[in-house]
Design a protein around this ligand. Structure first.
Ligand code: CO
Length: 509
């Protein structure tokens, strides 16, 4: 039994945390609006509004007396397991956040808002130099942030840790070096085979019809429209204002159906996670996602392991043909399946196939690491970028928009974020293999358009726990082991051997 005093204190803790969360989510509404509907002229004032709310939320969260209150709560033996975990995670967050001066948080927020506009302008002008001055300021701020937060071995570790707790340069160097050669070997095998055609998805697909298809797709796959909505933005994203209000966006390329389709399914995977977080833990750590790597594992699992499977293509092809009868007239689900799994080095990360994708991430990782170390200057980014694309993917970048200006992340002040994309794909393959084992009839269910068994498994193993477990613990509980690249390599080897019809290797059947 809780004694009344402790209960009161825990309740006060909850009240305080929910006040902070209200400010943060109100800010998220402003940011969502900034990227979807806000007229351009509103940008300057909006930057100020967002900065003020960020500063207020930070100030409310880091009130000095909270340190003592949290310590007292931690020492109280009558809290239950979940309450204790909430308080302990909050103490960690508090300790980190309190290291950042309020003035710094405001400056960062204002710089980020201005950077986002500068990035948009730079993309319009197709010129990195329009973005460079703001990016320079951001990189300096990020170095200061790493110093405020404290780091060991590498300043980049402080930033990586914000997105993926415990993630380090040493760990990523190891993971990427393990991935590099088997990926290169598989890419070489594919390059030696005849290329598959992507003609089916590269036709004219009117924007309005794509939009209608995407909405039906979301509904059929189980997006809860009572607790969310979809809109359009330049760079697709998912945000939430509670587990009962989750926003996703998509973008439409009228000459390519797969772009919108897989971006929609990707964001749907993120949205499933947010809609599956426990709403009774609103504002508390157990009501939040555990890490960005795990968040990305959910989007990549739905996008690739499910959405790019033969079963999904067979299940959804009739719907695609219903929306686009003339484009689908002389073809079938298998052709669509091959087209959306075509492997081809390309310029844009978000449109990359599952194999070359990791090289896009590695390039950004190496670049950010060098920026944080001071080995690379902001002005040198385009040259560095273009050289890396030549070296890893064998392609020549000819303009900034399809080169180093393609990602929104830096303009958001997100450095250390990209590696979570690769981690997400690796986790996705491992989770999916575990789900297949737990649900023997999974493929049949997907073929029949029934996604609830898989969604329920993910809800049970991952979503419902919020931050109760770390990524590593979640992974071990759900799959039996910690993160291991073998699951991903096994998945892609099997998949592409089938699509590109390799010779079977000795010892394999
Ligand atoms: Co994502």
């Amino acid at each position: 039994m809780l004694n009344t005093e402790t209960n009161f204190t825990y309740q006060r803790y909850v009240q305080w945390m929910r006040g902070v969360a209200d400010l943060r989510y109100a800010n998220a509404v402003l940011q969502w609006d900034q990227e979807t509907y806000m007229p351009e002229a509103g940008a300057d004032r909006r930057s100020g509004q967002i900065a003020t709310l960020s500063e207020l939320a930070h100030r409310l969260f880091t009130e000095p007396q909270r340190a003592g209150e949290l310590a007292a709560l931690m020492a109280d033996g009558s809290l239950d397991e979940k309450q204790r975990r909430n308080v302990s995670l909050t103490s960690e967050d508090f300790e980190q956040q309190a290291r950042l001066p309020g003035e710094f948080v405001r400056t960062m927020s204002e710089t980020v808002s201005r950077s986002f506009q500068a990035w948009m302008n730079a993309r319009k002008a197709n010129s990195f130099s329009v973005f460079a001055p703001l990016l320079n300021q951001l990189v300096d701020l990020k170095k200061r942030e790493a110093d405020y937060l404290g780091w060991q071995d590498h300043p980049y570790n402080a930033l990586l840790n914000q997105y993926e707790k415990g993630c380090t340069v040493a760990l990523l160097d190891k993971t990427f070096s393990q991935l590099r050669s088997p990926l290169m070997a598989l890419l070489a095998k594919i390059a030696a085979r005849p290329q598959v055609s992507e003609e089916i998805v590269q036709q004219s697909f009117p924007e309005q019809k794509q939009w209608a298809f995407s909405m039906e797709l979301l509904q059929k796959m189980g997006f809860d429209f009572n607790a969310g909505r979809q809109d359009k933005s330049a760079h697709p994203f998912t945000t939430n204002f509670s587990a009962r209000d989750v926003r996703i966006t998509t973008r439409i390329d009228p000459d390519d159906l797969s772009n919108m389709t897989y971006s929609t399914i990707h964001e749907l995977g993120h949205a499933f996670y947010e809609q599956g977080l426990p709403d009774d833990q609103y504002g508390l750590p157990l009501g939040e996602f555990t890490s960005l790597g795990i968040h990305e594992s959910q989007s990549r699992l739905w996008e690739n392991n499910v959405g790019r499977s033969l079963a999904w293509c067979r299940c959804f092809f009739p719907l695609i043909a219903k929306h686009f009868p003339s484009q689908c007239k002389h073809t079938g689900a298998e052709t669509f399946y091959r087209a959306v799994n075509r492997v081809q080095p390309s310029f844009i990360r978000t449109e990359a196939d599952e194999l070359t994708y990791h090289f896009h991430v590695m390039i950004r990782y190496e670049l950010e690491k060098a920026l944080m170390e001071g080995l690379l200057k902001v002005e040198e980014i385009p040259a560095y970028w273009n050289e890396a694309y030549k070296k890893y993917l064998g392609i020549t970048v000819t303009d900034d928009r399809t080169g180093c200006l393609q990602d929104v992340h830096w303009s958001h002040g997100s450095f250390g974020y990209f590696p979570t994309y690769s981690l997400g794909s690796l986790y996705a393959a491992q989770f999916y293999a575990a789900a297949q084992k737990a649900i023997p009839e999974l493929e049949k269910q997907l073929l029949a358009g029934n996604f609830s068994l898989l969604l329920n498994w993910l809800r049970r193993e991952i979503h419902i726990h919020g931050r109760f477990f770390t990524s590593e613990e979640l992974c071990r509980r759900a799959t039996g082991t910690t993160l291991n690249i073998d699951w991903f390599m096994q998945y892609v080897n099997e998949k592409y051997r089938f699509i590109y019809a390799f010779e079977e290797e000795a010892g394999q059947s």
